[in-house]
Design a protein around this ligand. Structure first.
Ligand code: ATP
Length: 137
């Protein structure tokens, strides 16, 4: 099996969707191997999204992602990265397929409910960013 990393973003936490999103994740066959409710500082969010530092939306993204609690989780499944991106749907909820997490719970392109890693390598980096070894099962 392989792993991916996800965050339930501040909009979805604030809107009361943690339980429903975790249910969709487990019902889709992902095993939760790390899980916590936490909040990113501005500098945490800057570091996590450093790859987007030159993008025009970087400042708003950092502000949003540090604006309230998130749920961080590491997930295990065969083909985890690609299957999770299918489950969450397109970055822009207006383009997300029916039944995807973003179609159901995202409010806009920037407040799009969930994050999903884009590669196995980034999944490992992102999981290590959030979790100590003793928090991975
Ligand atoms: P994520 O990395 O959160 O899973 P993604 O891989 O679908 O999302 P990226 O292109 O990596 O999308 O962008 C990271 C995040 O930055 C998006 O999830 C979204 O919240 C925000 N974002 C991306 N493009 C824009 C944009 N044009 N305007 C505002 N916010 C954006």
């Amino acid at each position: 099996t392989t792993r991916t990393f996800t965050m339930i973003k501040p909009d979805a936490v604030a809107n009361g969707h943690i339980g429903n999103i975790l249910a969709m994740i487990t019902n889709a066959g992902f095993k939760i191997v790390s899980l916590k409710l936490t909040q990113l500082t501005v500098s945490d969010a800057q570091a996590f999204y450093a790859v987007h530092a030159a993008r025009p939306f970087y400042g708003d993204l950092v502000e949003f992602m540090s604006s309230g609690p998130i749920v961080a989780a590491t997930l295990e499944k065969e083909n985890a990265v690609a299957d999770f991106r299918t489950l969450i749907g397109s970055t822009n909820p207006a383009e997300a397929a029916e039944g995807t997490i973003r179609k159901l719970y995202a409010t806009s392109l920037s407040q799009n409910a969930v994050h999903g890693s884009d590669s196995d390598e980034n999944a490992a980096i992102e999981s290590t960013f959030h979790f100590a070894t003793r928090e991975e099962f």
